[in-house]
Design a protein around this ligand. Structure first.
Ligand SMILES: CC(C)(COP(=O)(O)OP(=O)(O)OC[C@H]1O[C@@H](n2cnc3c(N)ncnc32)[C@H](O)[C@@H]1OP(=O)(O)O)[C@@H](O)C(=O)NCCC(=O)NCCS
Length: 198
């Protein structure tokens, strides 16, 4: 498979300038804004692992670490040039030959102060396009049942819910279910989909 694309195109719709790009190194400003956005999103209700904000130093270490993991690609969402969200495209481990055709979308979020501008939709579409360009046939993701906006977003983009994990996460002493989704990325010939030829 080829390398991940270095950059994705900016959105051309009117309104605030929206862009999504894959990053391989941070400027100080971008890392600071990313940690700020993450902190704000965790306080507002999280949805990508953390329940309580771990502090800026831990977040900086975390994101610097993400860039070092070969299987992970970090995508940043920018609103008027400022980083306001992120998502990760995670490739399967190299020893997993049987699932080498499937990647995962993980840890996606947009800061509360940048929501409602279509940033998450753009982020998801760009990660999906990157996965497709790399030849992956399936994109998997999972979400807490409480993340109503995310559930609506993914379902509107054609992700199919295939399962429910009854004990997916613990948040504020409560067990929360998790919903599991997949999306087929490549158009397959009718014969491979099991459909009769016309
Ligand atoms: C989910 C999240 C990423 C959406 O970010 P956003 O940039 O505001 O979303 P967008 O503006 O791109 O909206 C895309 C779609 O999401 C859904 N959506 C967004 N906000 C919503 C809300 N408040 N209620 C219901 N659906 C909502 C809608 O389907 C919307 O499409 P529409 O505008 O055509 O109706 C953001 O709310 C978030 O970060 N939540 C916490 C973290 C999380 O849940 N991450 C995902 C799981 S890991």
């Amino acid at each position: 498979m080829s390398d991940l694309p270095a950059e994705t195109r900016p959105a051309s719709s009117p309104g605030p300038l929206r862009a999504v790009e894959r990053v391989e190194e941070f400027s100080d400003d971008d890392l600071h804004a990313l940690c700020e956005a993450t902190h704000a999103a965790i306080i507002e209700g999280g949805g990508f692992g953390w329940v309580a904000p771990p502090g800026h130093r831990a977040l900086e270490s975390y994101f610097r670490g993400v860039l070092l993991v070969p299987e992970r690609a970090l995508f940043l969402a920018r609103l008027n040039g400022v980083v306001v969200g992120a998502a990760q495209l995670v490739r399967p481990p190299r020893n997993n030959e049987a699932q080498a055709f499937a990647a995962s979308l993980m840890h996606s979020f947009v800061a509360p102060y940048a929501r409602g501008h279509g940033m998450a939709r753009l982020l998801t579409v760009e990660v999906e396009e990157a996965a497709r360009a790399l030849g992956y046939q399936v994109l998997n993701l999972d979400v807490r049942e409480t993340q109503a906006a995310a559930l609506r977003l993914y379902e509107s983009l054609g992700f199919v819910r295939w399962g429910v994990h009854p004990a997916y996460a613990r948040v504020d002493g409560r067990t929360v279910r998790g919903f599991y989704y997949y999306k087929l990325l490549q158009t397959q010939p009718a014969r491979e989909r099991g459909e009769a030829a016309a």
